[in-house]
Design a protein around this ligand. Sequence first.
Ligand code: PLP
Length: 453
Amino acid sequence: MSKPLPNSIYARDVEYLLHAATNARKHEETGPIVIDRGEGIHVFDDQGNKYIEAMAGLWSVAVGFGEKRLADAAYQQMLKLPYYHSFSSKSNEPAILLAERLVNMSPDKLSKVFFTNSGSEANDTVVKMVWYFNNARGKPNKKTFLARVNGYHGITMASASLTGLPVNHRDFDLPILPVKHLTCPHFWRFGLPGETEAEFTDRLAAELEQTILDAGPDTIAAFIGEPLMGAGGVLPPPAGYWTKVQEICRKYDILIVADEVINGFGRLGTMFACEYYGIEPDMLVVSKQITSSYQPLAAILFSDEIFQGIADNTAKIGTFGHGFTAGAHPVATAVGLENLDIIEERGLVAHAAEMGEILQRELRSRFTDHPLVGEVRGVGLIGAVELSADKATKQRFDPPGKAGAYLFARGHEHGVIIRAIGDQIAFCPPLIITEPEIMDMLDRFALALDETW
Ligand code: PLP
C-alpha cells in the first residue's frame, strides 16, 4: 500500500477516522483497504480485489456475507417497529422470542437473559450484575474477579480490566477493577520444561486455589474465561482444565462466567463451547455469531439463583439501575432470530464439526513441519498457526509480531484475510465454508507463508 492520493476516499479516511487496533501513524502512510461488499466467505475491496475472509470478519459472520434473509428480517422489523427500549417494563416481541430461544438452547442452569449491544458492554454488565447480586445476598466483600493472562473480554473499562493482554491496558491506566490474572492455560507456551499436560493442568488448578486462599474466598466474586481463548491467540485449554476450575470455584462459592463471544453458536462444532468442555456456567456471554454480526447484539444468560437475588434487591431498593438505550433492540433481536433459524435449518453446527475436522487435519498436516511454525492448534472451525524463530526452543521472533505482520500483508496479496495476533496466525472462517474453500484458503496461506522470511 502506498500513501493515499489527495482527496481520494483513502485520504479522507486518514483525515477523519481513528481506527481501532491500528498504528495511527503508520496508517497515515498506507491508508485503509476499503471493503466494499461481501458474498459467502468472500469480501471484495473497492478496487475489485477478492479475498477469502478467513476470520469471518472478526470471528463473526457465521452464515457468510450477503445473506439476504438477514437483510430482509432487518427491513421488515424496521418498517414495523424500528426501535424501542426495555426500560420501565417496556418490551418488544423479537427480544422476548430471542430470549426464550436462547434459554431453551443453552445449558439447563441458565434461565434469564439481559441484552446489550457488544461483548464489552455485556462483560461490564456481568461485573455489575455479580457485584449487585453479591451485595444483595449479603456478601459485599466478594468483589474480585479471576481472569487469565491472554484472555480477552473486551475494551470498555471493566471488560478491558478483565482482559489479560498488556496492549489493552498499556497507557489506558488499566486495570481499574480488583482482578487477578492467572496463568494462561496454553500448554505449548506456558508448560515448564519436562512438565506433562496433566501436570500443567494440576499446576494451574493449584495456582487457582492458592490465589483464592491467599486473597480470602470471601473476597473472590467470579472466575471469567473463554472456554477456548480466541483473541489471545486461539488457545485451547489443556485436558481436564475446566473440570478442575469448576470444582475449585464451586468449593469456594465463586461464580463461573463463560465468555462465549467467539465460541458460541457452533464455532467448535457444538452449539456452545460449554458443551464441548463440560462447563456448567452461572453466566454465559454471547455476541458476534448471534446475529452473524449483521447487527450489534450481545446477551448475558444467567441462572435463576442470580435472577432471584437481583429481583429481590430491585424490590428492596426500587429498581435495577442498569440498561442501555439500544439494549434488547427489536431490529438486532429480529436479525438474531432469523440468523439462528438459518444456523438450524442449514445444520451449520454439524457442518462446522465436519468442516472443523478437515480444517484441523489440513492445518496440522500441511504446516506442523514448516520451518517457521512452532505449533498448530485449534478445535472445530477455529485454529491457529504460531510462528516461531526456533521450533525446538519455541523462541519468539525478534521483534515479536514482525513475522506475523509480514505474513498478514502477504496473505492480502494472495487473496486471503487472516489475523496476525503477534506471530500467531488465526483462522476462523464463516461456518458455511466448504471443503474446497478450506483447501483454497490454506493454499493461499501456504503461498504467503513460503514468502515469509
Ligand atoms: N469477549 C470475547 C471473548 C471477545 O472475543 C470479544 C471481542 O472480540 C469481546 C468479549 C468484546 O466484544 P466487543 O468487541 O463486541 O465489545
